[in-house]
Design a protein around this ligand. Structure first.
Ligand code: NAD
Length: 505
């Protein structure tokens, strides 16, 4: 399929991009039909029209994929390859992602409704960067020798767990895959990965590029299909050694149960969030805060686990900050994701749009006030668009302050003292991320430590970069981290080899 793209960073005006939709499962190095022969339509959320027919796998396909992965794991073709050689193959994979950035970005934009400008500048380059970062770490991390004295030698080794199952969401289809694949593959594991049903296309193409880069057959297997069939089969599989899950807290709970009811595979959960943005009364540059706060909630349509969905702002500056934020929403243009000017594309599905709109109604019903936005727009396109929306007069017991909306909807709350700000910020079942704005260094240190979240960004909205671990406190997850060398821990076993040197040997 070839499509003409008008413009966009990295794409010359009017250049046609050849989009290779891969729609079958990728098992043992081959694209294969689902055992059932069934397919399902993946749709373009900007038009509501079908985009491609994708293999609808079930537990039988998961079995085949696990068998292929186990064969590859047992053969040692990947796990016993020298780390330097693994690095070279994964680095080639990253290079191929970069080479196909336009095609992958277009695929991602069409399948997930994400703005093409974000796909070109962030999603796909970050996907390549993630794979490359872990590839480069592969031959630079040393095992340990314990300080046992001269009569013994104790090696503390990191070994791959074996076969890793990965289950990922639809909001960053390629990047969330890379957050799992980078560390799992770099540490020598074989992987069976399930994309979200709504967004399988970019990952299937990534698998093909990995094979082209030299990844041996069976090391990476992609099984598309519904969560209840494919995801559950992965979580319950007796021959998968670890499962890495990113998605909602509700489904994460099920994955944990399935793991506990099967072979007690180790579980990594990266779940939802309701992240606070705390703005102290001492901040002087409100323009900067407004810009960051808008980015925190509107970026990726608010379909973002770390979205700063609760703006907790000092009473003295609340009105001034809201005025600036409302002004900024005009710059968050809602529209066709393929238009480079668009910053907010559609919600992923009609069901999800309806869910987000139901939260807007709940906010109004519970007494909050809409400052801007709140309605569906561009319905004539067939797409699932909603305006960026800001609520004022929210209290922390309202549903829009407690539940993850996963859309461009911001709830504004007020405080008068630092203690109150911390108390409101931490009064949530989640603990994924937080932002803090202050001009006072003492306050920055004190409050950053008091906020119960896996990542606290000070005077900005950020998840850090590849060098920093990303994971949640409380019901935002546990069991490991994505990104950084800490991500290698959940994909490796720690083995002690104890050797004794008796005098008569
Ligand atoms: P989801 O939980 O509905 O689905 C996630 C994945 O699980 C999908 O692949 C889905 O098919 C699969 N699944 C569904 N039912 C399953 C079952 N019974 N057993 C096993 N797998 C099953 O989440 P979503 O709607 O795709 O994504 C949005 C959620 O993901 C939000 O809650 C968001 O906060 C979270 N998220 C978290 C992070 C993070 O790093 N913490 C990153 C991105 C998204």
């Amino acid at each position: 399929m070839a499509m003409a793209l008008d413009a966009g960073e990295g794409l010359p005006q009017g250049r046609a991009v050849d989009v290779q939709f891969r729609t079958k499962a990728f098992i043992g190095g081959q694209f294969v039909e689902a055992v059932s022969g069934k397919t399902y339509a993946t749709e373009n959320p900007a038009t509501g029209k079908p985009l491609a027919e994708v293999a609808e796998c079930d537990s039988r396909d998961v079995d085949l994929a696990v068998r292929a992965a186990r064969r590859a794991a047992d053969s040692g073709v990947w796990s016993r390859m020298s780390p330097g050689e693994r690095k070279r193959i994964l680095a080639r994979f990253a290079d191929l992602i970069d080479k196909h950035v336009s095609e992958l970005a277009l695929t991602e934009s069409l399948d997930a409704g994400k703005p093409i400008s974000d796909c070109l500048s962030l999603d796909i380059p970050d996907t390549a960067n993630c794979i490359r970062w872990h590839a480069e770490a592969a031959d630079k991390l040393y095992d340990e020798v314990a300080p046992t004295g001269p009569d013994n030698l104790a090696l503390i080794l990191r070994e791959p767990v074996g076969v890793v199952g990965a289950i990922i969401p639809w909001n960053y289809p390629a990047l969330m895959a890379a957050w799992k694949l980078g560390p799992a593959l770099a540490t020598g594991n074989c992987v069976v990965i399930k994309p979200a049903k709504q967004t399988s296309l970019s990952l299937l193409r990534l698998a093909e590029l990995a094979a082209e880069a030299g990844l041996p057959d069976g090391v990476l297997n992609v099984v598309p299909g519904p969560g209840e069939a494919v995801g559950e089969a992965i979580a319950r599989h007796m021959d998968i050694d670890a499962v890495a899950f990113t998605g909602s807290t509700e489904v994460g709970r099920q994955v944990l149960r399935h793991a506990s009811e099967s072979n007690l595979k180790r579980v990594l959960l990266e779940l939802g969030g309701k992240s606070p943005q705390v703005v102290m009364g001492d901040v002087t540059n409100l323009d900067h805060v407004a810009e960051q706060a808008a980015n925190a909630i509107f970026w990726n349509m608010g379909e973002n686990c770390s979205a700063g969905s609760r703006l907790i702002v000092h009473t003295t500056i609340k009105d001034a900050l809201l005025e600036k934020l409302v002004g900024l929403t005009r710059q968050w243009i809602v529209g066709d994701p393929l238009d480079p000017a668009t910053r907010i594309g559609p919600m992923i599905t009609k069901t999800h749009l309806d869910r987000v709109l139901s939260y807007v109604r709940a906010g109004v019903d519970e007494g909050a006030g809409i400052v801007v936005g709140g309605t569906r727009v561009l319905a004539e396109t067939g797409g699932y668009f909603i305006e960026p929306t800001i609520f004022d007069r929210v209290s922390n017991d309202m549903r829009i302050a407690r539940e993850e909306i996963f859309g461009p909807v911001l709830a504004t709350l007020e405080f008068s003292t630092e203690e109150e700000a911390i108390s409101i910020a931490n009064d949530t079942p989640y603990g994924l991320a937080a932002s803090l704005y202050t001009d006072n260094l003492h306050v920055a240190h004190r409050v950053a430590r008091a906020l119960k979240a896996g990542t606290v960004a000070v005077n900005c909205y950020s998840e850090g970069d590849m060098t920093t671990p990303f994971g949640g406190y409380k019901m935002s997850g546990f069991g490991g981290h994505d990104k950084s060398v800490h991500a290698h821990e959940q994909y490796t076993e720690l083995k002690t080899v104890w050797m004794q040197f008796a005098a008569n040997h």
